[in-house]
Design a protein around this ligand. Structure first.
Ligand code: PEP
Ligand code: MG
Length: 760
């Protein structure tokens, strides 16, 4: 029984996730659960958080007239008991239970067996899912497990459907009100623009079955034919674009695709399956997989490879079936880029001058999309996981990167308010611009150089204009991420040279390729269960010396300006990694010298971003010239909080006492060996955290351009001594909350409230 019922669970959850409004989602749940469990009644009660009542929202088996009318007090009856206990209640004879509450409208006198489970999201009880049986019945452990599992998986779908319903209402409504959604701040600032939606590649293997009947069949056939014709147009356009760029044999592949799209065996088979009651996506998956299997089994290698083409074709059709619009249109005005997981390459598809804001349904403040948007000074909001991405194309959206909120189709009042806030920001920026040429110095004259983090050529001019004293972190992986293959030594050297030349004589710290984790290269896929604990950064480079040496040669080669180049190794966990990397770097240097390219050997530093490195500081200090703390990863690894996971984003705080104490240790040991130490993670750009780091005795800070002047103003408002006193108190505190309060109050008192906006 268990497996049979649990098999259906996947389908129910999928259908609910596909529902376009809350009521349809709830109706799907009650209907399907009644069929699967063979019970007499299934109902859903929702908690009205304003009146604190439990309202009957959907039922199968009870009188439907009672929907919306039955309102129970929060602690009334067995339903109230489920809410209060926030756990399942399973009772053989509800009538005999002291908490039983009789409700006439639903004629429920005749039901005895009762099983109710809470629907919980983010610790909040949203409602109760109840099944009832006329006769006395104690539901089995399996049934209870099924219902609990179902409810646990439904919360996300329910809140998504709720937002979707609100959105539909809003879009069809002429009235002046907006839809507000809460996520996490990715990059501070406010942007107003038109939504352009980008979609990830469709995954055909995860499409479930779905049974359709009646008019749905014709609708699905039409949707399928429309998707096919769109793919055909796409191929014709692509083939035209590629003419002259690829060989005629490769070009002929597009004709093969077009022929496949007309092929009776493929297209008609899919239509037949839809006619038999399978929805278009399911019919496509079944047919494509059937064809792939046939090709895979062929002897001829050429034909076997056609399996890949068929899969690609299926994926393209699926993309059209799943989305309304998968192209970035020719944009003219300010654009808000919206996607499930906006990638670096999608950034570059919108002309920079039009890219006003970014919304990603996945990720958090420390994911790389957020870091990049900060580098480019583009407001972004991450982790709005219940945003109906498919339905916002072309809508006006406000991105509030300070509060991590968005407004879809904003009302006039909201628009006016945000236009005022943009003006306020502009005037703060004008004020901050006055600091560009001032030294980054504490009140008692301690110079704390402020560097920028970059990796994009577009970012160079704004960085220079902001008065940065150099580049503290050049993320070399970024040019690698927006290509189709590893760049050659010369291609890399061209990029590095530009950066070095532009910043000369100021120092530029190139970090060697730090891929893995959430920075996958499309042409070098690394599939792992735990990518952040896996093949990442220096580990990949030491395993692939050919890639590492090419990069090192490309970097060293351009060190012939003012000897302002520095080299930094990421993700160091062990001294042997430093030793091995140094051997390779020396080899590359010697090779260049013997080729007649005489360049200075640069200063070599490492990133401290893994706890093991914190505790090997003495050994590491004997090997390298400088340190830079990667507080993003150090926080992730010390607190065991995935930097990309919205679910635990509230736990990610670099002001956590353990993180501060680890950084303090790093600074102290580096000082013992007279080795300079910097911080280049996001905390360096947070004025509050920057002050804490100054108090520890950090030598320099490296951050996004957009934070630089705010941090400079902060540094200029305190003496090193004041910062030392604050950090001494902070290091004896027990929580990030109290530490933040300590520094917030200090900044507030110094008249720096405005520069803290968006950093708490
Ligand atoms: C860090 O981890 O703090 C860091 C600067 O590196 P990245 O964010 O690129 O991983
Ligand atoms: Mg890092």
């Amino acid at each position: 029984m268990k497996n049979k019922v649990f098999e259906k669970l996947k389908n129910i959850v999928y259908e609910v996730n596909e529902a376009t409004d809350l009521i349809s989602a709830l109706n799907i749940i009650v209907q399907r659960t009644k069929e699967v469990m063979g019970v007499d009644v299934v109902s859903i009660y929702f908690r009205d958080h304003i009146t604190n009542q439990l309202v009957l929202m959907a039922t199968e088996g009870l009188n439907k007239n009672a929907i919306g009318k039955i309102k129970l007090k929060q602690n009334q009856g067995l339903i109230g008991m489920v809410v209060n206990q926030a756990e399942a209640v399973n009772i053989e004879d509800a009538h005999a239970h002291p908490n039983y509450h009789f409700v006439t409208e639903t004629d429920e006198i005749s039901f005895h067996g009762f099983l109710g489970v809470p629907i919980i999201q983010h610790r909040r009880v949203l409602g109760v899912l109840v099944v009832r049986q006329a006769r006395k019945r104690r539901f089995s452990v399996n049934e209870e497990a099924f219902l609990v599992t179902l409810a646990a998986q439904l919360a996300g779908g329910i809140s998504y459907a709720e937002k979707m319903g609100e959105l539909k209402l809003l879009l069809n409504n002429k009235e002046d009100h907006s839809l507000n959604m809460q996520g996490l701040s990715g990059s501070p600032g406010i942007a107003i623009g038109e939504a352009v939606v980008v979609f990830p590649p469709a995954n055909i293997d995860v499409v479930p079955d779905k049974h359709i009947t009646g008019t749905e069949i014709d609708e699905q056939i039409n949707a399928f034919k429309y998707a096919v014709s769109n793919v055909d147009i796409e191929f014709k356009e692509l083939s035209k674009k590629m003419e002259g760029l690829i060989s005629s044999e490769e070009l002929a592949l597009f004709d093969v695709f077009s022929l496949m799209l007309q092929s009776e065996s493929l297209i008609q088979t899919i239509i037949n399956r839809i006619t038999a009651g399978q929805w278009a996506q399911g019919a496509l998956r079944e047919t494509i997989n059937e064809h792939v299997k046939q090709f895979d089994a062929m002897q001829d290698e050429y034909l076997r490879e056609r399996a890949v083409d068929i899969k690609d074709l299926g994926r393209r059709i699926l993309t059209h079936l799943q989305s309304n619009n998968s192209h970035i249109q020719d944009v003219t005005g300010p654009v808000i880029l919206v996607g499930e997981e906006v990638s670096v390459s999608q950034f570059s598809e919108v002309p920079m001058e039009h890219l006003a804001g970014i919304i990603s349904t996945k990720g958090s403040a420390s994911s790389h999309v957020a870091i990049l948007s900060k580098a480019l000074n583009i407001p972004s909001v991450m982790g709005i996981d219940n945003l109906p991405v498919n339905h916002v194309t072309g809508q006006k959206i406000i991105v509030d990167g300070y509060r991590g909120q968005i407004y879809i189709k904003p009302s006039k009042a909201i628009l006016d308010e945000y236009s005022r806030l943009i003006e306020e920001d502009n005037s703060l920026n004008d004020e901050l611009n006055g600091y560009i040429n001032m030294p980054s110095e504490t009140l008692d004259g301690v110079h704390i150089p402020l560097y920028v983090n970059t990796g994009l050529l577009e970012d160079i001019s704004p960085s220079l204009k902001s008065g940065a004293e150099g580049v503290g972190l050049y993320r070399t992986e970024i040019p690698f991420l927006i290509r189709d293959g590893f760049p050659s030594e010369d291609e890399q050297a061209v990029i590095y040279k530009q950066v070095l030349k532009k910043f000369s004589p100021r120092p530029v710290t190139f970090r060697t390729l730090d891929i893995g984790g959430d920075k996958g290269l499309p042409y070098f896929p690394v599939v792992e269960e735990n990518p952040f604990l896996g093949w990442r950064g220096i580990r990949i480079m030491l395993d692939h010396p050919e890639i590492f040496l090419t990069q090192i040669r490309a970097i060293l080669k351009v060190n012939n300006y003012d000897n302002n180049l520095r080299l930094m190794l990421p993700m160091i966990c062990d001294v042997s990694e430093v030793d091995e990397a140094l051997v390779l770097i020396r080899r590359a240097h010697q090779e260049l010298c013997s080729e007649g390219i005489t360049v200075d050997f640069p200063l070599i530093g490492i990133m401290i971003e893994v706890p093991s490195a914190v505790y090997q500081m003495d050994a590491l200090a004997k090997r390298v010239d400088f340190f830079s703390v990667g507080s993003n990863d150090l926080t992730q690894y010390l607190l065991a909080v995935d930097r990309n996971n919205k679910q635990v984003a509230g736990l990610f705080d670099s002001m956590h006492p353990s993180v501060l104490s680890a950084i303090n240790h790093v600074v102290k040991i580096a000082q013992k060996y007279s080795k300079p130490v910097s911080v280049c993670g996001e905390m360096a750009g947070d004025p509050v955290a920057a002050l804490a780091l100054v108090g520890m005795g950090i030598d320099s800070l490296s951050m996004s351009t957009s934070s630089l002047l705010k941090v400079k103003k902060t540094i200029r408002s305190f003496s090193q001594k004041q910062a030392e006193e604050l950090i001494e108190v902070a290091l004896s505190m027990e929580s990030a909350l109290s530490i933040r309060k300590l520094f917030n109050d200090a900044l507030d008192k110094a008249g720096l409230k405005k520069v803290m906006k968006g950093f708490n």
